[in-house]
Write a protein that binds this ligand. Structure first.
Ligand code: PMP
Ligand code: GLN
Length: 382
């Protein structure tokens, strides 16, 4: 048999796995891969147990448990004044990752172009490649990590099938405003392309409110918006998320979803539906909850040689280590893990063409104060 020719020859193991493994191997404090080191709300865990015991253990409906889709529709109405039909416009998926993959495969064909802003979350491009599409990379400005819309305009054409945006943005922690989205809508007006908006950190915005593509009527018509319960309920391991899109787009997304996984995990969906109704304040309090963690962490980091602008959203803080070292970020991240006992994410891996000489790493501050205190003591000593 001939050697298998890889369909993704340039893809290795994701940086999140690489850095978490390195952290474990060296007993480092793991501020790399994004996940909380604390538990989901106790009541939510209780509800999962209840639904497991009550026998909610067989396949969920392909599009998701209706009670959960209805709870999401209510939330979208309350938060963004958006109407989304639970029957035809909301789909529960095993994680935002599956929703992203299904949305990309729903619209991207061989030869289509898909625009992403670098640094871009690492699951987008492989999905585009597997669909036969070509990823066009538009860098965000550094060090502000904001989009320059004229740069987007210069790559748009009739070949553009999809534009992927991510707000609040991983890894930079910046957010798009309503005005940014209005600009995006205006730029896309001449083109028949779609938008995929990764909004998994929608509830973690520190100043003002999250601007969703769903709340922009023009973008709403051409967008898939993707969300994750993992981020909102401190349960990344539950891998449960959802996609919201107009009926015709949802119909295509479901054709992929039904053969990728068919349905998301049943008892989790029932528990999340109950919890959203019982504790609507949970997601409303999330920004304050994480603002305290961000402030706790950055106050301590000020005593270090890292330079940074406090994150505007997500549970990530970017920092510039240029005053400590000029080595490439992947080397610095390894050395920080092995020699100083703090694992971080180098961000050059999220670029097609990393900016020369950039010295940024990403810290995850979704951690208990004791973890953040211990990590910052080590970082101050670097
Ligand atoms: N998009 C972004 C920007 C993320 O940070 C993550 C997180 N891990 C995901 C998508 C995937 O979310 P999930 O774990 O629900 O698949
Ligand atoms: N989204 C998480 C992060 O940015 C990681 C998710 C994963 O490990 N696949 O750190």
């Amino acid at each position: 048999m001939s050697l298998l020719e890889s369909k993704l020859p340039n893809v290795g193991t994701t940086i999140f796995t690489v850095m978490s493994q390195l952290a474990e191997q060296h007993g480092a404090i793991n501020l790399s891969q994004g996940f909380p080191d604390f538990q989901p709300p106790a009541r939510l865990v209780e509800l999962v147990e209840k639904h497991l015991r009550d026998g909610r253990n067989q396949y969920a409906p392909m599009a998701g448990v209706m009670a959960l889709r209805e709870a999401i529709a209510e939330k979208l109405r309350d938060l963004y004044a958006v109407h989304a039909d639970p029957e035809s416009e909301i789909t529960i998926t095993p994680g935002a990752t599956e929703a992203l993959f299904a949305a990309i495969h729903a619209v991207v064909r061989a030869g289509d172009e898909v625009v992403v802003f670098d640094p871009a979350y690492d699951s987008y491009e492989p999905a585009v490649a597997l669909a036969g599409g070509k990823t066009i990379h538009v860098p965000l400005e550094t060090p502000s990590f904001t989009p320059r819309w004229d740069r987007l305009e210069s790559v748009l054409s009739d070949r553009t099938r999809l534009v992927i945006v991510n707000t609040p943005h991983n890894p930079s922690g910046t957010v798009l405003s309503e005005a940014d989205l209005a600009e995006l809508a205006a730029l896309l007006r001449p083109y028949g392309c779609y938008v995929l908006s990764d909004e998994v950190y929608e509830h973690i915005v520190f100043d003002g409110r999250h601007a969703s593509v769903l709340a922009n009527p023009e973008l709403r018509e051409r967008s898939f918006a993707v969300f994750s319960f993992g981020k909102t309920y401190h349960a990344t391991g539950w891998k449960t998320g959802y996609a919201v899109a107009p009926r015709a787009l949802t119909a295509e997304l479901r054709k992929i979803h039904q053969y990728l996984t068919f349905a998301a995990v049943t008892p989790l969906q029932h528990a999340l539906a109950d919890f959203m109704r019982e504790c609507p304040e949970h997601h409303l309090e999330l920004a304050d909850f994480y603002r305290k963690k961000r402030d706790f962490f950055v106050e301590r980091l000020r005593a270090s040689r890292f330079a940074f602008t406090p994150s505007q959203g997500t549970y990530f803080q970017l920092a510039d280590y240029g005053r400590i070292s000029r080595e490439p970020d992947t080397d610095f991240a390894r050395r920080l893990t092995i020699e100083h006992g703090v694992a971080v994410i180098p961000i050059s891996v999220f670029y097609a063409d990393p900016p020369a000489g950039a010295t940024f790493v990403r810290f995850c501050f979704a951690k208990q104060e004791a973890t953040l205190r211990a990590a910052s003591e080590r970082l101050v000593a670097v």
